[in-house]
Write a new protein. Structure first.
Length: 200
């Protein structure tokens, strides 16, 4: 049952990512980097998710001083496929042109990203390397999820600018509120999933 929530969480997460991309208001710094690499270098957005995951797995291994978490690549693989799948499905269905509809699309996506991330992280099975990095920094700095998430967002924000990713007002909103939204959903999904898993 835990693995069902793991996959469902990632599918929810990737739906949210795809909605923020389709909103045209800017995506999270990490996703902006993925889109920038896809447009300027080639390959799909999901493919770059997997490639960067490999690099992050190595970095996380050094920071945590432990063996590389190869299972994180499984999560990145599912995430990469999920992003490409949702972008393909939503391409003609969700393409807002008016500012209001773009704002609704982005806000919905941002909330869904937080919900999906909290859901799959609670299963404690092979977090996406960038989310694992969030937890590592949280442990190293002894700060909150909000602090570590925001720190990582700022790093990828600078890289996204370098690769000409879709930086916009949505990117700044993600930097400001992405960590808070995740922090908000973590205890809620934790209680709900614990109740379900304990009964199964």
């Amino acid at each position: 049952m835990k693995y069902v929530f793991y996959v469902v969480g990632i599918l929810i997460l990737t739906l949210g990512i795809s909605l923020t991309i389709q909103s045209k208001l800017g995506t999270s710094p990490f996703d902006a980097l993925l889109v920038g690499l896809s447009k300027n270098v080639g390959l799909t957005v999901g493919s770059w998710e997997i490639i960067l995951a490999l690099l992050l797995i190595g970095s996380n291994s050094l920071l945590a001083r432990q063996r590389p978490e190869i299972l994180g690549l499984v999560t990145a693989l599912i995430t990469g496929i999920g992003i490409d799948m949702w972008l393909f499905l939503l391409h003609d269905i969700v393409s807002p042109d008016l500012w209001f509809s773009q704002a609704v699309c982005f806000t919905t996506g941002l909330v869904i990203v937080g919900l999906g991330t909290a859901t799959y992280l609670h299963t404690n099975f092979a977090p996406i390397p960038v989310d694992r990095l969030t937890l590592i920094i949280k442990e190293l700095t002894r700060k909150t999820i909000f602090f570590s998430r925001t720190l990582i967002y700022l790093l990828f924000f600078m890289l996204a600018i370098f690769f000409n990713g879709p930086i916009g007002v949505g990117t700044l909103l993600t930097v400001c509120f992405g960590g808070y939204i995740l922090h908000f959903f973590m205890p809620i999904t934790g209680r709900i999933l614990d109740n379900i898993l304990n009964k199964s």
